[in-house]
Design a binder for this molecule. Structure first.
Ligand code: 2AM
Length: 170
């Protein structure tokens, strides 16, 4: 099972980012746009792991106070285009705690430095002037009060993300 831990975005943020994507399409951007239901913020990528209960158990040791998370800015990793998040000590601390709990339970994960982003487009291309069109990410925010263990499967028409559990339990 391909697993990752993520923050699920609220509807307002999904809708705003959907509007950003529509604007980009109108500006002549092509690529594989993340459907609104799939938009998320990954905190830790575990990859292939057979036992989600193990991961849930590790996550249960992670406690945190709800905090506010805000959209801010836009960037790219090569042809992957993303919306950014405002600098948040609470978010960084949460990721550190999650990663510490995974390590403590011997659950492997991608140890790459955390660079918070919400993937909007994969294999993006833009034929207009400049590297990017003008992109304004709306300053929406949400309260984070739980994190989700997600399963990722390749479907016929794209990725299918399924929430397997949340901590604290909803
Ligand atoms: P991405 O959006 O930047 O590709 C499910 O694959 C989620 O895990 C995606 O949000 C993906 O980020 C993230 N992820 C982080 N590290 C990954 C890795 N090494 N391989 C695949 N996905 C990874």
């Amino acid at each position: 099972m391909r697993l990752f831990i993520a923050i699920q975005l609220n509807d307002r943020i999904r809708t705003s980012l959907d509007e950003v994507q529509r604007r980009l399409i109108r500006q002549g951007v092509h690529g594989n746009f993340t459907p609104p239901d799939n938009l998320h913020l990954t905190l830790a990528f575990i990859g292939e792991y057979p036992d989600p209960d193990d991961v849930m158990q590790a996550l249960e040791a992670v406690s945190f106070q709800p905090f506010s998370l805000g959209l801010e800015g836009f960037g790219s990793f090569g042809d992957l285009w993303w919306a950014g998040l405002s600098d948040s000590g609470e978010l960084e601390a949460l990721v550190r705690r999650i990663r510490h709990a995974l390590s403590g339970s011997g659950i492997p994960f991608d140890r790459k430095r955390f660079s918070p982003h919400i993937t909007l487009i994969r294999r993006a291309s833009y034929s207009g002037r400049g590297k990017f069109p003008e992109i304004a990410i709306p300053p929406e925010s949400m309260t984070v009060d739980h994190v989700s263990l997600m399963r990722s499967d390749r479907g016929k028409h794209g990725m299918i993300y399924t929430e397997l559990g949340t901590v604290p339990q909803a």
